[in-house]
Design a protein around this ligand. Structure first.
Ligand SMILES: Cc1cc2nc3c(=O)[nH]c(=O)nc-3n(C[C@H](O)[C@H](O)[C@H](O)COP(=O)(O)OP(=O)(O)OC[C@H]3O[C@@H](n4cnc5c(N)ncnc54)[C@H](O)[C@@H]3O)c2cc1C
Length: 278
């Protein structure tokens, strides 16, 4: 979606431009559709959507953590000595870091500490299909870090010689790292104290699910936002329909039952609701 324009009758025109690459020539096509209600289900700051006129409420910019994810394949196992273990020990499959007792960074985004990474996971293994090293057994790894990890870091954790001085920016040889993929994610928000939360309705008939991401970013909470907004939209449609018809003529809106979880008595489990004071 590229733009959203509200009409005098309250409907929205949604305009989308798609770009296709037809062999060498790039072609684009534009489509326009009219909707009574629009639900924006992506963080507004990344959508590039032009809303006109500006909605009554424009979502705040969410301060996302910049998380570097590095996926790579290597014939080498993780070096135990790189993680302070004895040379004959095995490095764990998942390595998570925390701050050393003498480290304190407050809420600084650079607060990863001396370790320089949040986690290194061994995802599994497989046989390299490339002709040069056909069927060589390799391990697949994933690193989460606040900064891009370079070849020197990869060499250290694999226990192989670092790249020559001046070549730190380059990748390691394919003999040591046969495949590497780097991706920078806006993964989740910095959790600042707050007493107000994002609006879920940006304007009449314009709803927003991603406001939850300024508080927490998980699939479950985003799915709940979707469910709640769907309920609010259908409730509003039903009440508008009710105004024009006798109550008995109106077919009730069907909502999927949500009581699928086994209910437990919290008191029996020794848990009490949290009492928080803001
Ligand atoms: C690295 C990482 C790790 C995570 N780990 C976990 C985890 O372990 N557990 C967990 O529960 N959650 C995790 N999350 C969070 C989870 O991915 C999100 O909470 C969830 O994807 C939000 O779903 P959503 O549908 O609201 O938005 P999104 O998944 O962000 O989907 C928005 C969609 O809108 C599309 N879009 C954007 N702009 C436009 C436009 N202009 N027109 C049309 N389409 C547009 C995007 O391409 C995207 O497909 C993780 C996120 C990241 C980045």
């Amino acid at each position: 979606m590229n733009s959203l324009s509200r009409q005098d009758d309250g409907t929205y025109i949604v305009k989308s431009i798609s770009t296709h690459s037809e062999s060498s020539a790039e072609q684009s096509s534009t489509s326009e559709e009219t909707f009574d209600t629009v639900i924006l289900a992506a963080p507004y700051q990344f959508t590039g959507i032009d809303i006109s006129p500006a909605p009554k409420h424009t979502p705040d910019k969410i301060p996302y953590v910049h998380l570097h994810v590095t996926l790579f394949a290597s014939p080498h196992v993780l070096s135990p000595t790189a993680f302070g273990l004895a040379p004959d020990a095995h490095a764990p499959q998942v390595i998570l870091t925390t701050l050393a007792p003498d480290e304190s960074y407050g809420s600084s985004p650079q607060g990863v500490g001396r370790a320089g990474f949040f986690s290194i996971s061994t995802l599994g293994g497989g046989l390299n299909p490339g002709p040069a090293v056909k069927d060589r057994p390799e391990y697949f790894y994933k690193i989460f870090s606040p900064m891009r990890v370079n070849a020197t870091f990869l060499a250290k954790i694999l226990g192989i010689p670092p790249p020559a001085a001046g070549a730190e920016g380059e990748e390691l040889s394919k003999d040591d790292v046969s495949w590497v993929y780097r991706k920078l994610w806006h993964s989740y928000p910095y959790e600042y104290p707050r007493v107000t939360f994002e609006e879920i309705r940006l304007d009449k008939d314009l709803w927003y699910t991603s406001g939850i991401e300024s508080f927490i970013s998980t699939m479950e909470t985003s799915a709940l936002m979707g469910m709640n907004i769907a309920k609010l939209v259908t409730d509003e449609w039903a009440s508008e329909k009710n105004k024009g018809e006798k109550a008995e003529d109106v077919e009730p809106v069907k909502v999927q039952p949500e009581d699928r979880y086994e209910k437990v008595q919290m008191a029996e489990k020794g848990q009490k609701p949290i009492k928080a004071k803001l």
